[in-house]
Design a protein. Structure first.
Ligand code: TYD
Length: 189
């Protein structure tokens, strides 16, 4: 199984990745968890630039794709080939949303990615009201003013909300972590 968590910042994705991994491991699955951007060299450049703000939107988009290509080749495909379950914190739907906001066409981004990145079996989009997300990330993103951040997260949410696929489930992530986890488990075989 290939499972992906998506959503705007502050929705609690990483907590849910860990809870789901533990639950599936208990059932005897081999479970691998990972995230994008990765901790590899391209991911590191992306994280550094998030702090210093030096990359152009095009360079940033290119780096997300390089990072993902490496992730697919080195981790995702080998895990799927040997029948492991892989759970990701963000994948190419985040590129559609976040780089979509920076002026790229989300559908074009999707095509570029689906040419090399396998489609997941399940995508959980965690949703919280923007105010909740802003409160949760409060300390994390000091530079942007609240208005800019609100507008950014709203646009991001809209791109996630417009994704039409059957393999996507939207989860109300304003509930407790345990309730969110239960809602996710209920959607899995
Ligand atoms: P995030 O999961 O929030 O990482 P951290 O644990 O460091 O907070 O991801 C970092 C940021 O990267 C997040 O704001 C979304 C952004 N991002 C993109 O812009 N494009 C992408 O393709 C991905 C995967 C992430």
């Amino acid at each position: 199984m290939f499972i992906v968590f998506e959503g705007i910042d502050g929705t609690g994705k990483s907590t849910q990745v860990q809870m789901l991994a533990a639950a599936l491991q208990k059932k005897g699955h081999e479970v691998i968890t990972s995230k994008e951007p990765t901790d590899g060299p391209y991911g590191k450049r992306l994280r550094d630039s998030a702090e210093t703000g030096r990359l152009s939107p095009q360079d940033e988009l290119d780096l997300f794709h390089l990072d993902r290509k490496e992730h697919v080749t080195e981790l995702i495909n080998p895990a799927l080939e040997r029948g492991a379950t892989i759970i990701l914190d963000r994948y190419y739907f985040s590129t559609m949303a976040y780089q979509g906001i920076r002026g790229f066409d989300p559908q074009e981004i999707r095509q570029i990615n689906e040419a090399f990145a396998p489609q997941p079996h399940h995508v959980f989009i965690l949703e919280v009201p923007i105010d909740t997300a802003l409160t949760r990330i409060g300390g994390r993103d000091g530079q942007a003013n609240e208005f800019e951040q609100r507008e950014f997260l709203e646009k991001c949410h809209e791109i996630f909300a417009a994704l039409p696929d059957d393999f996507i489930t939207r989860i109300d992530a304003s509930q407790s972590p345990e309730e969110v986890h239960a809602a996710i488990l209920a959607k899995l075989p």
